[in-house]
Design a binder for this molecule. Structure first.
Ligand SMILES: NC(=O)c1ccc[n+]([C@@H]2O[C@H](COP(=O)([O-])OP(=O)(O)OC[C@H]3O[C@@H](n4cnc5c(N)ncnc54)[C@H](O)[C@@H]3O)[C@@H](O)[C@H]2O)c1
Length: 320
């Protein structure tokens, strides 16, 4: 059987590097396109000698044709694309919406145009629960109203619509996956925009206080990166998946108070928990309805939060 060539934009990032691991384990050839704005070469260091991996430094907002031409010549045509590269800071998107349109919206269209011209077999896109905004429904179904509260969420929703258009009109199979709160090893705790888990882990491992904004009863659906990368690769190779976007979460709600205690337990820390005034605009409840992912992809998250946090804590402690 010929090897499949999969392009992963943002493949040096947190979710991307785990996705690359899975694809290589599956026997694919993998091309990572990354500008290392938030991704790191060290996330793929353990694959340094893998002859099936190419890493190309490129800003995908500038287009991907030139970057991929050498690979197409040396290897083979691109079979599938997993598009994870994005400017991921919601606050930055609010400060500079025009930049966000270029990096998080126009780039999706660049990739879809490439896919159309090259007859790519599948495009998988990293969307987000941010497309919903602050919905009343919990767990939230894919059919809930979409009222994104940031350019980041708007550009994810617009990208989803382009995926659907290319599927309907140009016959390119596409899947948009709406990730909820993803956590796990390689999530950068130093980033001001990193997930709450890596910030809590960082503080717990240093034994300094953990601050919770508001009463801590706000909930999130925390999904382990190993589950998310499995959903991505499943969608990438699925012939039967619906073209409707699907939620990728666990279907379980965890309060931020519970989370802080779970992190302290996983690290074995003595950090104290304190509360600060709630932040304006913070979403109170967020939890995925996971029925559509099961029906479309046969995907269900498997890693319980305590196990995922233990793996994350072990990684954190191995870094210090
Ligand atoms: N982590 C989460 O909880 C979460 C939730 C919902 C959606 N997502 C989406 O999942 C995807 C991956 O997120 P992540 O958490 O792994 O973040 P990340 O910052 O670790 O990964 C993003 C990667 O894209 C690269 N990148 C950014 N802009 C680029 C550009 N213009 N050209 C080339 N490379 C570029 C970065 O260097 C990085 O390697 C993103 O699209 C993000 O919006 C993440």
């Amino acid at each position: 059987m010929t090897q499949e060539l999969v392009v992963v934009t943002g493949g040096a990032g947190f979710i991307g590097s785990h996705t690359v691991d899975r694809l290589l384990e599956r026997g694919c050839r993998v091309v990572v396109l990354d500008n290392f704005s938030t991704g790191k070469r060290e996330n793929l260091d353990h694959r340094r000698d893998d002859e099936n991996l190419r890493i190309i430094e490129v800003n995908v907002a500038d287009g991907i044709w030139a970057a991929l031409s050498s690979v197409e010549q040396a290897w083979q045509p691109v079979d599938r694309i997993i598009h994870l590269a994005a400017q991921t800071a919601v606050v930055t998107s609010i400060v500079n919406p025009l930049d966000d349109i270029r990096s998080n919206y126009a780039t999706t269209v660049h990739l879809l145009e490439y896919a159309r011209c090259r007859g790519v077999k599948k495009v998988v896109f990293a969307s987000s629960a941010a497309v919903y905004g602050d919905v009343d429904e919990s767990p939230v179904r894919e059919t809930a109203p979409k009222v994104p509260l940031s350019p980041y969420g708007i550009d994810k929703l617009g990208s989803e619509m382009y995926l659907r258009y290319y599927a309907e009109v140009h016959g390119i199979p596409t899947n948009a996956l709406r990730f909820f709160n993803v956590y796990g090893p390689r999530q950068d705790p130093k980033s001001a925009y990193s997930g709450v888990i890596s910030i809590f882990m960082d503080r717990a491992s240093r034994g300094v206080g953990i601050t919770i904004f508001g009463d801590g009863e706000q909930t999130r659906d925390f999904v382990f990166v190993g589950d998310v990368s499995r959903a991505i690769v499943t969608a990438c190779f699925s012939e039967s998946a619906s073209r409707e976007p699907v939620n990728i979460g666990t279907g379980n709600e965890t309060t931020v108070n519970q989370l802080a205690q779970l992190v302290i337990d996983a690290i074995g820390s003595k950090s104290a928990i304190t509360h600060a005034p709630s932040r304006a605009g913070e979403i109170v409840r967020s939890c995925a309805d996971v029925g559509a992912a099961k029906a479309s992809l046969g995907f269900e998250a498997q890693i319980p939060i305590a196990d995922g946090l233990k793996q994350t804590a072990d990684w954190f402690q191995s870094q210090s």
